[in-house]
Design a protein around this ligand. Structure first.
Ligand code: HDD
Length: 755
């Protein structure tokens, strides 16, 4: 009946497939029955992006903002299309010769869809494969003007940033809370071009020369025969390397400390590691080390907690960062610099500034704040942004220059090279997340994935055909203007300066700066990691390294391994402690700390409500935990249950509150398990609540309760008068004390080593 010849042809084709049976008509086809499923067929406005997903507007290589249409192809138009923009009427069935017949090769849509899918993955980063990122803004204080002309550090200058945090060793799908260094890479989209500060949460590095980087990474990655263990340093090849290359001792000690298992990306320091050279407007130079200081303080997990989280929530850090930003708790870091005179020796107080295994204690060179970074938006698309972002320590702006640290020199080569293989060619700077927010006119042409349509005929300099464009910058505005540093006269050698030979003095400073609890954690970490090695010789070499740091560190580890403690083979000098290295002894803001409010569902619900509201008002995150999901107290002001006994686990919380029952005979934490008793049965505490209390106690978390909450503590074997355990008569009193305890992150007395 179709008059239109196209519709007629389409009907014929459909009949060929359906055998002319209208029951098999394809929804959306001309003349087809309306689809029987509830799918919108008319275009609707897409949901507006969440407020936290506002990405900075990408800028094209020509400096113009790119809307849909200029260069970037994302979703546009309302109908499903092929990659060529041809509208599709169906995407759920392959084209077949009859409903039960063979699939036809001519089905272009099928082949295009599957082929694209087959190529959806790109090589993961060879290191730092697992990461999470966020957008934000950096605001300069103007305090660095005397040492650098970098415009983005000027007073109140705002610069968009993109920050990617990562682990180093694990694959892209590995767990977040493994013991490892964390990457802390920041891309500043400045008006003078992009500046990348590609740092870590540990201020020193494993090796002193980039030529060893493949070796340390081969040693740390899973063994090549069985590809195990994933994302771990607790294995023979890692410890083989770091005990043979003792320059790794300092970094390894930081990894074995609580810094190796951060509580949150939001609670980590960041370090540029190398010494950089700043240049001011007069051309005077200063050597500096960059530091990021988190406003929330530096906090860590405890080891058992980290291990549990690996199974319970492998995305713990990723989720924490995204949730906080979405909730409006925007994490902040202050950027600071330690400054050193740029002398020919490039040392400070005897410390070689070109050796990346050294720190300069903050007591000798205070960190001076120069700006504030706020992360305020989550990425819109993980692949497009977090996965494709390409950092490079050589992305520098006028006023910031590199030094001759041999580790940095190798990095300046490596990052560009790796992006070419990872992102498929030399044009990765055109990917939206990598586009500078400054005009680009680079004379780089062609190549794989070229998305710019360059104009002109003379991409060379100087030229007369394109009007001489582009022109060069003046010496006052150009980047990469070499500082006239004298290179010491020497012969070509493959060796390091003698100052690079001392591998133990700096680790000794770190060890001696730790509190008793932190030392206990370090001993436990070494005992665990070396204990997981199979080779006796590696364990023994590990102990020798520890003896050379400090026999006090070696002794208890040797005892744990059941091996004799060797004596030191180097002179054990006295070391001045640097209190700034310890994470303890200060109180910090409690914003965003997660507190469980555990109720049996029928006890003191007014108390639950009051605790929830007071915690929220104080900027903390209360999560109501009850035996089952849904709402409590439907009659009055209902309380939404956020976690059930089945979904909650202590590791998600920084503190646990037990909402007391109004009186005896009405146990608030009664088991739902029929075997254990009726819901809310008197005297029965659900084993999952008992586990939560016991774990929270073991992990040094504050535990609070009111009214008869003490009964549950007793059942869990937790002494009600122990430090950090607060039971009072009223929710408000308990809350005040628990929030106070959270300022110190944990109840450290619980970890005190046995006398
Ligand atoms: Fe590196 C990635 C940090 C030494 C070679 N590195 C990478 C990332 C961070 C660091 C944070 C992840 C960036 C992102 O999120 O995309 N790397 C460091 C620090 C180092 C360091 C602080 C020492 C001070 N790196 C280093 C050396 C080499 C590399 C010595 C090679 C000679 N790093 C790379 C790389 C990576 C990388 C292979 C992998 C993915 C990438 O670059 O983009 O090129």
């Amino acid at each position: 009946t179709e008059k239109n010849p196209i519709e007629k042809a389409a009907r014929k084709a459909a009949d060929a497939v359906t055998g002319g049976n209208p029951a098999h008509d394809i929804p959306g086809r001309p003349g087809a029955e309306p689809p029987s499923f509830d799918e919108p067929t008319e275009p609707r406005q897409p949901l507006p992006p969440k407020p936290d997903q506002r990405a900075p507007a990408p800028v094209s290589p020509t400096g113009r903002p790119t809307g849909a249409g200029e260069g970037v192809r994302a979703q546009s138009g309302e109908r499903l299309t092929t990659a060529q923009g041809n509208r599709l009427y169906e995407t759920d069935h392959s084209l077949k010769a009859g409903p039960r017949g063979p699939v036809l090769l001519q089905d272009h849509h099928l082949r295009e869809k599957i082929t694209h899918f087959d190529h959806e993955r790109i090589p993961e980063r060879v290191v730092h494969a697992r990461g999470a990122a966020a957008h934000g803004v950096f605001q300069g204080y103007g305090t660095a003007a005397s040492v650098t002309k970098a415009a983005f550090l000027g007073k109140d200058v705002e610069t968009p940033v993109f920050v990617r945090f990562s682990t180093v060793l694990g694959s892209r799908g590995s767990s977040d809370t493994v013991r490892d260094t964390r990457g802390f890479a920041t891309k500043f989209y400045t008006g003078e071009g992009t500046f990348d500060l590609v740092g870590n949460n540990i201020p020193v590095f494993f090796i002193q020369d980039a030529i060893k980087f493949p070796d340390i990474i081969h040693a740390g990655k899973p063994h090549p025969d069985r590809e195990i263990p994933q994302a771990q340093s607790a294995h023979d090849s890692f410890w083989d390397f770091v005990t043979l290359h003792t320059e790794a001792t300092h970094h390894t000690l930081w990894n074995m400390s609580d810094r190796g298992i951060p509580r949150s990306y939001r609670m980590m320091e960041g370090f540029g590691v190398h010494t950089f050279r700043l240049v001011n407007a007069e051309g005077a130079t200063t050597l500096v080390k960059f530091h990021w200081k988190p406003k929330l303080g530096v906090h860590s997990l405890v080891w058992e907690e980290a291990q549990l989280v690996n199974g319970i929530d492998p995305d713990f850090h990723r989720r924490d960062l995204a949730d906080a930003i979405e909730a409006g708790a925007h994490p902040q870091w202050e950027l600071g610099i330690q400054t050193f005179p740029d002398t020919p020796e490039q040392t400070f107080e005897g410390i070689d500034l070109l050796d990346p295994t050294n720190i300069v204690p903050e007591e000798l060179a205070p960190v001076q704040p120069i700006g504030l970074m706020t992360l305020n938006a989550n990425p819109t698309n993980y692949f497009a942004e977090t996965e494709q972002v390409a950092f490079h320590p050589g992305h520098l702006v006028p006023g910031i220059d590199v030094t001759d640290d041999p580790l940095l020199a190798g990095r300046l080569f490596s990052y560009l090279d790796t992006q070419i293989s990872r992102l498929g060619g030399p044009n990765f700077a055109q990917i939206p997340i990598n586009r500078p927010h400054a005009p680009v006119n680079d004379m780089l042409r062609d190549g794989m994935h070229q998305t710019a349509v360059h104009t002109g005929v003379a991409p060379y300099h100087p030229n007369s055909l394109d009007g001489g464009c582009p022109f060069l910058a003046g010496a006052d505005t150009g980047a990469y203007i070499e500082t006239p540093v004298t290179v010491p006269e020497s012969q070509k050698v493959r060796e390091a300066a003698a100052s690079y030979d001392d591998h133990f003095s700096q680790p000794r400073i770190f060890w001696r700066s730790m509190s008793a609890v932190e030392r206990e954690h370090i001993v436990a970490a070494y005992t665990f990691e070396l204990g997981k090695c199979y080779e006796q010789a590696i364990k023994e070499r590990g102990l020798q390294v520890l003896a050379n740091i400090d026999p006090d560190l070696c002794g208890p580890v040797a005892e744990g391994l059941g091996l004799p403690a060797p004596g030191p083979t180097v002179a054990i000098e006295s070391a001045e402690a640097s209190p700034a290295l310890s994470q303890l002894g200060r109180t910090w803001p409690t914003d965003g700390r997660v507190v469980a409010v555990v109720t049996g569902g029928q006890g003191d619900l007014d108390g639950v409500r009051a605790a929830r509201d007071a915690l929220s008002a104080a900027g903390l995150v209360p999560l109501v935990v009850a035996p089952t999901g849904g709402k409590l107290d439907e009659g009055g002001d209902p309380i939404t249950v956020q976690r059930t006994y089945a979904t909650a686990r202590s590791v998600e919380f920084d503190a646990v509150l037990l909402a007391g029952a109004p009186g005896p005979g009405n146990d608030a934490y009664g088991a739902r398990d029929a075997k254990a008793g009726e819901p809310g049965a008197t005297g029965v505490v659900d084993p999952r609540v008992l586990l939560m209390i016991a774990e929270a106690y073991r992990h040094g978390k504050a535990i609070g309760g009111w009214a008869d909450a003490g009964d549950a503590l007793t059942a869990a074997g937790v002494p009600a008068d122990d430090p950090g355990v607060v039971v009072t008569g009223a929710a408000s009193d308990t809350l005040d004390q628990v929030t106070g305890l959270l300022g110190e992150h944990r109840v450290w007395e619980r970890f005190a080593p046995p006398a």
